[in-house]
Each structure stands twice: as structure tokens, then as C-alpha cells.
Ligand binder design. Structure first.
Ligand code: ASP
Length: 447
């Protein structure tokens, strides 16, 4: 009898209410296959190279500005939006099935606690590495006054615009209150991830508490919904090489290499820090906590990593992350369905590292010395704020202002970094998404 249709990969379903599902309710793999990872990579490299060339050759022409405005930017955005389009129904279906599939509340508590503690541990490591790097390199110390003033005036507008965004407002008690949605449909309509996660968790718990025969049809419907969303994603991912090309072309053609060169040491500090985390720290954690050989893990995870790099969004990457976890890393659906949506919202290791570096960089540029106690405040706020950051492009910038304010640094300092944020965002999203897969693999193994 197929009760909650959650694939358990050979593990016995728990609780008597959740007998093992039958073959007939196994997920049907679709005939549609997305593009090869190498094609996405080609779109990424070609887009970046073509964009930089266009910037060098026609940087200040109206023709290039029009091409970006009317063609590449809308094309890239439409692809990105199509990815994000499925996230809310997918999170709802997969998270509630994931929770229900865990069977009993004790198991849910164990898995939940393990997941959140692991998130916290890894995010703390990332924030510490960021602070160590920025203290070592001191990228803000030598930035010429003139460059600083130019950046501040050029991006002032963009930076003050960010303050007005909902996430950038306040991260106080109200944020906590808002985690409980008054109306789940309203939360879904606004794309409020934390509220949706809360409702989906509650829905899953209730599903698990009801007798199996009363939830059978609902569970089948939820599984069908999740499967349909995955098919949409596979269709959208077919366009990935073109979407990625458009996104990368837009960024590269708009900014060129000039701005990157001016903030050189800051960018180097962030990217080297993220690279150390991705390629030195994660492999150790992968080996110790998941049992995978790191090269094999990365090989299998490549598709999600490239999607993260090209979309700069953990949310947009979520369906691909789920697919990689289940199909390539063999993680049971109930575990990945629980850990990955949570991770896409809460586990932002790259973001925490970035915030630590950026806050100290801005302090250095303003000639402010932050004693160890303030740096600890930066670290703690960076960890908390990374959890509060939305998994969307530049989600970190919206909460950065709060980390700056925590240690009394003028918020306008953000203006210095917004211009180059897209490139850094791509890299930190890779670290964020890898962290989600690592956590899912760890939890799956420990269960
Ligand atoms: N873009 C990041 C993500 O989606 C968040 C951020 O750091 O801005 O994971």
C-alpha cells in the first residue's frame, strides 16, 4: 500500500503510519534531460568573454546599451525568473513530504537539530576564515582617497535604494514574528521563504500525525505537484546555456574589467577566501562527514555548482540542487526534501564569509580600527544575517547594512562594493549551494 509517497532508498519507513511505498509510486523519471554541464560552462565562459570584449570595443556606445537593455538583460532575467517560478510550490510539496517522510516527530527533531547545528558549525568556520583573510590582506588600507570618493558617489544611489527593500529594513523581533505567516497564500504570493518553510514544516508534521489512510490521496497529489515542478525545471534548464550566456554577457558588458581592477585587492580577498573554503575546507568536511571522496563529490555536484555560479541565487538553483542530491549523490528524498530547501534559505556559508570581509574592508577604507571585540560582533552578526539573507541575487547586500550598523560603520560604505557585487555573488552562491549538498549528504549518512 502506498501511503506517504516518499522514497526511502531501501530504508524502512518509520512509524506504522508510514509503510514503505510501493513501486507504483516511485518517482517517474522524465524523458526530458537538461543540457550537459559542459554546455552550461560554455555559455558561462562565452558570455563573460563576449561581454568583456563588447565593453572594451563599444563600452560607451548607445548600441551596446540598447543591446543590453532590450535583449540580453531581459533574456537573462526571464530565464532566471522561470527558474524561480517553481520554487514556492516545490518547497511546499517537497518540504512537507520530507517532514512527513521522516515519520515520527522524534526523528524529525533529531534530523532538524543535526541539520541546523551543522549549518551553524560550517557557517561559523566560513565567517572566521573571512575575518582572518581580511586581517591578513588588509585590502581597504591602501585604497586611494580619490577612488573611494568616486565609488561612493557613483553607487550612492544604488546603495540607498537597497535600504528600502523589505529584507534591508530591520532584522529585529518583527522578523522573527513574521516567520509565522498570518496567511500562507499571502506568504507564497510574496515569495516569503521563511514563512513558507514554517508553513510547510507545520503541514508536514500534521501529515505525519494523521492516520495513513486519510492522507494517502493528499500525499500523492503533493508528489505529483513536486514531480511536475521538476519537469518544468528540466525544460527551463534546457535553455540554461543561453540563459547563462545572457546573464554573464550583461554583467561583463556593463561593468567591464575596469571596476574590477580598481577594487582589486578586495575582490581578490573575497574570491581567494571563497576558493579556500570551497576547495580546501569543504573537501575536508566532505571526507570526514560524508564519506565521499571529494573529487567524486564535486564531479557529481558540478551541475548544481554551475547553476549557482550562473544564477547567483540559491533559490533559483534549488531544483537543480535537489535533483543532484537525489540522482547523483543518492540522498534519500525525505532527507534532501527536508535539508535542501532549509539550506537554500538558511545555510549561506559564502555569504557569511563575504560579509565578514566586506565589513572590515569598509572599516579599513574609512580608516576605522575595529578591536577584537568588535570583530567578534561582526562575526556573530555575519552568521545571523547570512541566515536572514534571501537566496536571491545580491541577497547579502540587503542585510549587509545591518552588520555595518552593528559596529557603527556608516551604511553608505556599501556604495563602494555594490558595483562589483555580481561577480562576488556568483562565487559566494557556489559556496552556499555546495554547503547545502554537503549538509544533505552528512545528514543522510548519519541517519
Ligand atoms: N546570492 C546568494 C544566494 O542566493 C545570497 C547572497 O549572498 O547574496 O545564495
Amino acid at each position: 500500500m502506498a501511503i506517504l509517497a516518499v522514497k526511502n532508498h531501501g530504508q524502512d519507513a518509520h512509524a506504522t503510519k508510514l509503510p514503505r511505498m510501493s513501486e507504483s509510486s516511485e518517482p517517474k523519471s522524465t524523458a526530458i534531460r537538461g543540457p550537459k554541464t559542459s554546455h552550461i560552462l560554455a555559455g558561462l565562459i562565452l558570455g563573460a568573454v563576449a561581454g568583456v570584449l563588447a565593453n572594451i570595443l563599444w563600452g560607451s556606445t548607445a548600441a551596446l546599451a540598447n543591446l543590453i537593455h532590450y535583449v540580453t538583460e531581459p533574456a537573462g532575467q526571464m530565464w532566471l525568473r522561470a527558474l524561480i517560478m517553481v520554487v514556492i510550490p516545490l518547497i511546499f510539496a517537497r518540504l512537507s513530504l520530507g517532514v512527513a517522510g521522516l515519520g515520527d516527530l522524534h526523528k524529525l527533531g533529531r534530523v532538524g537539530l543535526k541539520t541546523v547545528l551543522f549549518f551553524l558549525m560550517v557557517t561559523s568556520l566560513a565567517a572566521m576564515l573571512g575575518l582572518a583573510m581580511v586581517n591578513l590582506v588588509r585590502p581597504g588600507a591602501g585604497l586611494p582617497q580619490q577612488v573611494r570618493d568616486r565609488l561612493l558617489s557613483t553607487y550612492h544611489q544604488d546603495a540607498s535604494g537597497l535600504r528600502a527593500t523589505p529584507q534591508g529594513g530591520s532584522f529585529g523581533i518583527q522578523t522573527l514574528v513574521n516567520v509565522v505567516p498570518r496567511n500562507p497564500l499571502g506568504a507564497a504570493a510574496q515569495g516569503d521563504m521563511l514563512a513558507m518553510i514554517f508553513f510547510s514544516l507545520a503541514f508536514g508534521v500534521a501529515l505525519a500525525l494523521l492516520p495513513a489512510e486519510r492522507t494517502r490521496i493528499l500525499a500523492e497529489v503533493l508528489r505529483g505537484l513536486a514531480d511536475v515542478m521538476m519537469v518544468i525545471i528540466e525544460l527551463v534548464m534546457k535553455l540554461a546555456p543561453y540563459g547563462v550566456f545572457a546573464l554573464l554577457f550583461t554583467v561583463a558588458a556593463r561593468f567591464g574589467l575596469d571596476l574590477l581592477a580598481r577594487l582589486g585587492w578586495y575582490i581578490v580577498t573575497v574570491i581567494v577566501g571563497l576558493a579556500i573554503f570551497e576547495f580546501a575546507v569543504y573537501p575536508v568536511l566532505i571526507k570526514v562527514f560524508t564519506g565521499w571522496s571529494p573529487p567524486e563529490f564535486f564531479r557529481r555536484a558540478a551541475r548544481a555548482i554551475l547553476t549557482a555560479l550562473s544564477t547567483s541565487s540559491s533559490n533559483a538553483t534549488l531544483p537543480t540542487t535537489l535533483e543532484v542530491c537525489e540522482d547523483s549523490l543518492g540522498i534519500p528524498r525525505d532527507i534532501s526534501g527536508f535539508v535542501v530547501p532549509l539550506g537554500a534559505t538558511m545555510c549561506m556559508n559564502g555569504t557569511a564569509l563575504f560579509e565578514g570581509v566586506t565589513v572590515l574592508f569598509i572599516a579599513q577604507v574609512f580608516g576605522m580600527h575595529l578591536p577584537l571585540s568588535s570583530q567578534i560582533v561582526v562575526m556573530v552578526t555575519a552568521i545571523v544575517m547570512s541566515m536572514g539573507a534571501a537566496g536571491i541575487p545580491s541577497g547579502a547586500i540587503q542585510v549587509l547594512i545591518l552588520v555595518l550598523e552593528a559596529v557603527g560603520i556608516p551604511g553608505e560604505g556599501i556604495a563602494m562594493v555594490v558595483g562589483v557585487d555580481r561577480v562576488l555573488d556568483m562565487c559566494r552562491t557556489v559556496v552556499n549551494v555546495t554547503g547545502d549538498m554537503l549538509t544533505a549528504a552528512f545528514v543522510a549518512r548519519s541517519q
